[in-house]
Write a protein that binds this ligand. Structure first.
Ligand SMILES: Nc1nc2c(c(=O)[nH]1)N[C@H]1C(S)=C(S)[C@@H](COP(=O)(O)OP(=O)(O)OC[C@H]3O[C@@H](n4cnc5c(N)ncnc54)[C@H](O)[C@@H]3O)O[C@H]1N2
Ligand code: MOO
Length: 651
């Protein structure tokens, strides 16, 4: 077959259709059966019924320390009619587990026996037949069913098998999964530290291997193959001819000029599905090649993981004869309007927490390449394909990515992101392993709105009032009428001018930006940094027109740093961390106060107590100082207490 040109997935299937085709292709598909020593059978699945070889116990044994007797020799014993027994004739000392001497049928506990002399025992109660005796077969009778077919073996099961003399078990082999990363741009994870521009570290393979192991399979992660039709075809042929039960080809699944997976599967076998109306995960390929299931897993990491969960996980369980375990779910209120594409079922990663009795789901970044949208998420919700999105406040079903108990120990903090939040999150976890700070970046104003709607435990805000030069107070007055809160300063952070190392343009401050030989790069209108910069200009009595590049905008601190590093601008305003990340020089020009906005209702919560303990600790201050670009002398101080109408303190 000719090297195909671009391939287009013409007939997308819904998740249900795709799953039905995929799982319906061979409902009886199982791994090979192998004999496993019982001592190594934990978590394996039985391939047939397991029958006891021996009875347990296989002899009558004492269940107590005491004396073995014939019950009938003890009949009539009572408080006023004690009976004496002779050691070696009518009484035989036994310990728990000892076989009963022949012709005895009961045991009397040592506590209920009086030793009269060396050879005489006295009892004051009769023993009934088989009292304190573990009889033959009491637990297991030889020939009985110990474990049914398709049973996943747990630790007590291993105990029962060994006790019953079953030394090996017929189990399904663990599914072997061949994982084939493809992509000319990929470099092996072992070289992760050296990736040059255009090179991507291969990590999906390791992620997928971990997921295979979690489902009871054995992953074989292969070396990267370049985007080359013949190479991928050869790789797939080797994979399906190997012992693998299932083949995953990562990337090359979509419509790019070098996306060959679907064409190769079609040439060597049959494509059941190419394109599923899910997002991320849309270009997923499901096929059968030489009798083996093959999945073309999309290249973007979140797409790869979701495609695995939908199609690989159920098959791995089936191969072991097991039902696919369902995920835990909860109902939560979605904190933000969440638009979604009609015709695609979207998987939105969210953080979750209980705020004033309601479970709140706050959507995180949605890009399929954003792996941290999964590492930071507490759950995933699905926007059905027939909807154009979800409205803020709707109740939605969310699949949990953490244990349910965690929800009560999660603090939600949304608003403007700042690096000190990372320090805070780390300290919280260190101090109390059950606790967690889940943070979402929606900007300062977004944080205030979430406080107003009782959708967050606290918010982080650094809103400058250009009229006064003060921080946050006037915004609280404007947006939090009727909502009592406290403002606690987390840190004061420096904003400054980023210039190339050595400051070749000789910029010493905002004044110098008016020099005709200096090119500036600005932040977008509405951003906190832009408001601050305009404020600085006014203080210097400079007009925007005097700044060359004032109308050139970037959207993040890092984008400003990149623009300066590349030489497209000589200076831009951003935080110190952005300068440090790219090795730029930093000229401090202004300080902004970053406050926590804490609803009064949360102030008395023990979680808040822990938070305050951390913020006021020397350790926290030291760690934040070491980040560079922060002043921590105000950390933990009350910047204001607002009762919903007026300031009780702090203004
Ligand atoms: N014109 C169109 N382009 C794309 C479409 C489309 O419909 N039309 N779909 C997009 C969607 S949705 C997805 S998802 C991706 C799927 O891409 P591929 O499966 O073809 O994968 P690549 O393009 O080769 O890689 C995507 C991305 O992922 C990185 N990658 C790949 N393998 C790995 C790995 N093993 N470890 C880490 N990262 C990996 C790769 O470098 C790329 O950055 O296509 C869209 N395009
Ligand atoms: O469907 Mo793709 O998998 O969104 O990124």
């Amino acid at each position: 077959m000719e090297k195909p040109s671009r391939n287009v997935y013409l007939k997308m299937k819904t998740l249900e259709e795709a799953a039905a085709l995929w799982m319906g292709a061979d409902p009886e598909r199982r791994c090979a059966v192998e004999t496993v020593p019982t001592t190594h059978a934990l978590h394996r699945t039985t391939a047939g019924p397991v029958i006891a070889d021996r009875s347990v116990p296989h002899y009558h044994g004492s269940a107590m320390d005491g004396i073995a007797v014939r019950a009938r020799d003890t009949f009539g014993a009572g408080d006023t009619t004690p009976i004496r027994l002779q050691v070696g004739k009518t009484a035989f000392p036994v310990d728990t587990g000892d076989p009963l001497p022949s012709d005895t049928d009961a045991v009397i506990m040592i506590e209920h026996v009086d030793q009269v002399d060396e050879s005489t025992m006295e009892i004051r109660a009769a023993a009934f037949p088989w009292q304190h005796v573990r009889k033959v077969g009491e637990d297991i009778v030889a020939g009985e069913l110990l474990l049914p077919e398709h049973h996943r073996i747990r630790p007590p099961d291993v105990g029962a098998l060994l006790a019953a003399g079953v030394l090996s078990v017929s189990c399904y082999a663990r599914p072997k999964v061949w994982i084939q990363p493809t992509g000319t741009e990929l470099i092996p994870a072992s070289r992760a530290g050296e990736a040059a521009p255009g090179e991507i570290v291969e990590f999906n393979g390791t992620v997928l291997s971990g997921m295979v192991e979690e489902c009871g399979g054995v992953a074989e992660l292969r070396e990267i193959i370049a985007d080359d039709y013949a190479g991928i075809r050869e790789g797939l042929a080797r994979a399906v001819d190997s012992e693998a039960d299932l083949v995953l080809i990562n990337a090359g699944s979509s419509a790019g000029s070098e996306d060959f997976t679907a064409a190769v599967v079609a040439e060597l076998g049959e494509v059941l599905v190419h394109g599923v109306t899910m997002m991320p995960g849309k270009p997923t390929i499901l096929g059968i090649v030489r009798g083996k299931p093959v999945v073309g897993v999309p290249g973007f990491p979140v797409s790869a993981i979701l495609a695995f969960e939908q199609f690989v996980r159920p098959l791995l369980y089936r191969l072991q004869g097991l039902p696919c375990p369902s995920y835990d779910e909860v109902d939560a209120e979605i904190a933000r309007k969440t638009p979604s594409k009609l015709g695609l079922e979207e998987f939105v990663r969210v953080i979750l927490g209980r705020v004033q009795g309601k479970l709140i789901a706050m959507p995180l970044q949605r890009g399929a390449g954003v792996i941290t949208s999964l590492t930071r998420a507490d759950g995933i919700l699905r926007v059905p394909q027939e909807l154009e999105g979800l409205d803020q406040g709707e109740i939605v079903r969310v699949r949990l990515l953490r244990p349910k108990e965690q929800l009560d120990h999660t603090m939600i903090m949304i608003g403007s992101h700042d690096n000190t939040i990372d320090v805070l999150a780390n300290e919280i976890k260190r101090r109390d392993g059950r606790m967690q700070l889940s943070s979402g970046n929606v900007g300062s104003l977004g944080g205030l709105m979430a406080v107003r709607r009782a959708q967050t435990h606290l918010a982080g805000s650094h809103l400058l009032d250009p009229a006064t030069g003060g921080y946050n107070h006037s915004y609280v007055e404007r947006y939090l009428q009727g909502v009592p809160i406290r403002l606690v300063t987390l840190a004061v952070r420096q904003q400054g001018l980023l210039v190339r190392r050595g400051n070749p343009a000789g910029v010493r401050g905002v004044r110098d930006l008016a020099r005709p030989d200096v090119a500036f790069i600005n932040r977008q209108g509405g951003s906190g940094t832009r408001i601050l910069f305009d404020y600085c200009l006014r203080k210097e009595e400079l007009a925007p027109e005097e700044i060359r590049g004032y109308d050139q905008e970037e959207f993040t601190h890092m984008a400003i740093a990149v623009t300066v590093l590349s030489g497209r601008a000589d200076a831009g305003m951003a935080i110190f961390a952005a300068a440090r990340a790219l090795g730029l020089d930093f000229i401090p020009v202004a300080e902004e106060r970053y406050d926590l906005v804490i609803p009064e209702s949360f102030w008395e919560d023990p979680k808040m107590g822990l938070l305050m303990e951390i913020i006021t600790s020397g350790r926290f201050r030291k760690m934040v100082s070491e980040l560079g670009g922060y002043d921590v002398s105000m950390s933990g101080t009350l910047a204001g207490q607002w009762d919903g109408k007026k300031w009780l303190s702090g203004k």
